[in-house]
Design a protein around this ligand. Sequence first.
Ligand SMILES: NC(=O)c1ccc[n+]([C@@H]2O[C@H](COP(=O)([O-])OP(=O)(O)OC[C@H]3O[C@@H](n4cnc5c(N)ncnc54)[C@H](O)[C@@H]3O)[C@@H](O)[C@H]2O)c1
Length: 254
Amino acid sequence: MTRRLEGRVAAVTGAASGLGKATALALAKQGARVLLFDRDEVGLAATAAACPHSVTVVGDASSSVDVARAAETALLTLGPVELLAVAAGILGPAKPAIELAEEEWDRLFAINVKGPWLAARAFIPQMRERGRGSIVLFSSTAGLIGSRFLSAYSASKGAVTMLTRSLALNHAAEHIRVNCICPGTINGPMTDASFAQAGDVAAQEARAQIMLSGIPLRRFGEPEEIATAVLYLLGDEAGFTTGIALPVDGGRTA
Ligand SMILES: NC(=O)c1ccc[n+]([C@@H]2O[C@H](COP(=O)([O-])OP(=O)(O)OC[C@H]3O[C@@H](n4cnc5c(N)ncnc54)[C@H](O)[C@@H]3O)[C@@H](O)[C@H]2O)c1
């Protein structure tokens, strides 16, 4: 079987869990050598065990020092990174935006918005060295439409959507494409955490039913369904696609 990313170098943030992990596994399966970055050392080691030729860096996605260290490690061990998926992100408190404490707001934006900016800033020079590159940022359906349960998160993901479009314009002439994926509700730890914030078991079930009723396909997605779309955007098949925000959401935003 032909592996379509053989010989390519990739980096994935948030690689220890959920969608970042699924993306890293899919990249490795297609033959890419992958730099795996996350703050969760144990989870990162588990992902690395399933990704041949991968290298791990433990660090904080909102720290310029840690992200620069990840980029430098990739360059020294794997060569210039050409494909970048920025999945590290947090949900933050599920309450109306004005009820967040200032520190909660700042933390959410440091990880969800400054993080992707730091990653782009650290890895784009390597893509210039390669003469081409492709980046996928992780936005959300909440980055396209408002969310009453996760309003500050929605604001942070809206910023990711617009960062994507602006980076695409900034770097198109350098043959660097930048797109974002906008997952709907996907089975995994983040969705579990989101429902858990609703309250007791009955309240969690009620929240899940509300979310489900807004999805025309009447189910939540699977991490692999996101990874498949990310690989499409990262790869040469999407060579004429830049600056888009692709919903993979069961029709939620249709
Ligand atoms: N799961 C969903 O339903 C869903 C929907 C829409 C968008 N998203 C977005 O997709 C991305 C991945 O989500 P997921 O479902 O895989 O979540 P997840 O919680 O399963 O995984 C997130 C990963 O990011 C890492 N991370 C968080 N903050 C970090 C930091 N400061 N430094 C380094 N690593 C950090 C965590 O350790 C974890 O491994 C996120 O940006 C999320 O907002 C998820």
